[in-house]
Design a binder for this molecule. Sequence first.
Ligand code: NAI
Length: 468
Amino acid sequence: MSDLYLKLVNTPVGKTAAQSLGLPSPAPLKRLKRVDQPFIEGDILVGAGQGARAIANLGSIVSASPATLHHASGPENLSESAKASTRAQALDVTGDIDGRFSALIFDASGLQKPGELRALYDFFHPTIRKLAANGRVLIIGQDPHTCRKAPQAAAQQALEGFVRAVGKEIGKKGSTANLLWIAPNAENQLDASVRFFLSARSAYVSGQTVRIGKASDAKAGNPVAPLAGKVALVTGASRGIGAAIASTLARDGATIIGLDIPPALDELQKVTGPLNGKALACDITDEKAPKLIADFIEKETGGVDFVIHNAGITRDKTLGNMPEHFWDMTIAVNLTAEELIDEELAERNLMRENGRIVCISSISGIAGNFGQTNYSCAKSGVIGYVESMARHLKNGITINAVAPGFIETQMTADMPFTIREAGRRMNSLSQGGQPVDVAETIAWYCNPASAGVNGNVVRVCGQSLIGK
Ligand code: NAI
């Protein structure tokens, strides 16, 4: 669906009118244009607080891009910034700063106590106004759950509030701020996540924290086709977000098994056909569905690497007015079916080593929406399922969730006008996301180098004001 307001407000007349009326002026987001596009370009400034553990890893990851790397100098508490790379140019942040940065990256993983948070101010205060439109703020911290002492946990948790507040300040220019919390000794797992959060692929992801743990395999593979040789099952693939997931994973090299309800088979084939994928007509709430899906996978591909539980429905009514079949259907499609399919695939050993399960939650499952007790309940259950499964999966298999905010699809086109317009604007980027924004996030989870990313729920919501 097109956002007419976004188009109008980016014309000269529209911009002036919006400013004089105090209306939001969302900036057009730069999304990926070519698959071989560098993950970041322009000038990047890197900084690090005391005891920074990931600074050398960050330096080597960004050095693989054509961007020009600068490291902060000046204040004593930023002295470890120079460890980014011997080729990085020193930039005194206490002096005049010329030019614009496409990204400001800060390694706060070594901060041990709240007093050391001053390094954030010393790095960002002089530089934040120098962040280009569609710029990126990325902070690396240590997962507070792994901190032994309370002052350290306080300093590390503080990063979340900081990142979220920064995201709200820079969103009007289409810029984003995110935080990667690494476990001890997980610095070598940063590659795919740093690339994703610096790139145009994460255009609609802001204000998020991601926990990254230790994992044995962090090989990035072919940057243009990182999923080559892999097989992906995508449910609800005939339209909307599911169709975008199918084409994005196919673009990255995966073979697609698209699934949708039997009446949507024609539409499904229009998606899978051009991708050289396979189409499976199946209602995932049918009691025979798990077996049917497993039989299909066994026969067609012998196994599956990625299971993307995208199929979902809404059946909105306030609780007192809700017929029981609205409740039952919503829980069955959005939650129960996922568990039963995963169970069957696991039992029959069809899920391959280093596989990825990705579930779709919703900000409705985080915040709870009026008239959506059934949907919020199911989508919240998805989060519980993901967090629990992440602790039990074996063979390098990970499970994560995406929680979309307002995404321009048929589901949101069907909303009443005022609710739709409010949903679109109530986020730091003042616009709805595109199905591809959800799909790119899933492609990052599926990347072989995302092995340490497990049990996360990342919101693709432009930092929606709804929910935490
Ligand atoms: P959509 O309604 O455009 O597509 C959903 C697809 O799932 C359809 O193709 C439908 O036929 C399929 N499906 C429904 N029931 C099924 C069943 N029993 N068996 C097999 N397939 C079934 O929805 P959209 O917007 O693309 O959403 C995709 C996912 O993202 C859903 O899980 C939805 O809850 C979630 N989501 C969407 C948001 C949005 O703003 N569009 C926001 C938050 C979450």
